[in-house]
Design a protein around this ligand. Sequence first.
Ligand SMILES: N[C@@H](CCC(=O)N[C@@H](CS)C(=O)NCC(=O)O)C(=O)O
Length: 239
Amino acid sequence: MIMGESLRLLESVRLALNMKGIPYTTKWVNFFEIEPEMRKLGLPPNEGAWMDLKYTVPTIYDPNTQRAVTDSHKINTYLEDQYPDTFPLFPKGTRALQAAFDLTYGQMLNTIFPSIVFNIYSTVCKQDKAYFRTTREAWFGDVRLEDIAPKGEKLEEIIKAWEKLLGDIGGWIDAGGPGAGYFGGDAPVQADVDIVAMLMFLTKIAPADHSLVKSLETAGGGRWRVYLGEFSKWTARSA
Ligand SMILES: N[C@@H](CCC(=O)N[C@@H](CS)C(=O)NCC(=O)O)C(=O)O
């Protein structure tokens, strides 16, 4: 598996590999190393990707099939199809509804990203600083990285939107009936992996007193801390 050196954060592929019990090693790369690394694997540039990012991590190379796969959702789908006797993340009949959840996953990222983009900048290596600043400032319409995080009323709106999202997601999980702790009911599926990866991303990168983190702690009577705790057995890095 090839992971972003600075962004040891969005870990849905690591979670999937751990849940499925598939052994792996990790190669950590910085932003400036991503494209050469992908080219080495013979991967073509992503067309039509989010923010036009032609080469991204995570990416995997599977020595069993000699295949390289990029994009976390494509990777987790590949793992499911290639290793069907492992922990199922897409149980029969759930693919369509789980694909629909991608929309919410995107909303989660878009809601928190402006608030944490400057925190991410502080984690990137020296050689990547200029690239990260230029690209991310352009995404926000040439706003300085330091000024992207919403403040005052704008921040209040973001917090409301974040709490609404968490409330909706919690409600969908509860709609599974008594005993349902996950999107998948009594066992997690890919949508749960996405939620956990996003919540881990936020709690790792933002300080504990950040209002988004604080609302995560209190939303739904503290259910998300418990939910995250359920995944601790799968978050360890095996390599
Ligand atoms: N849809 C992709 C998005 C991955 C992504 O955006 N990765 C970022 C780092 S977390 C990246 O590789 N960026 C490369 C760049 O900014 O040049 C996925 O889920 O894997």
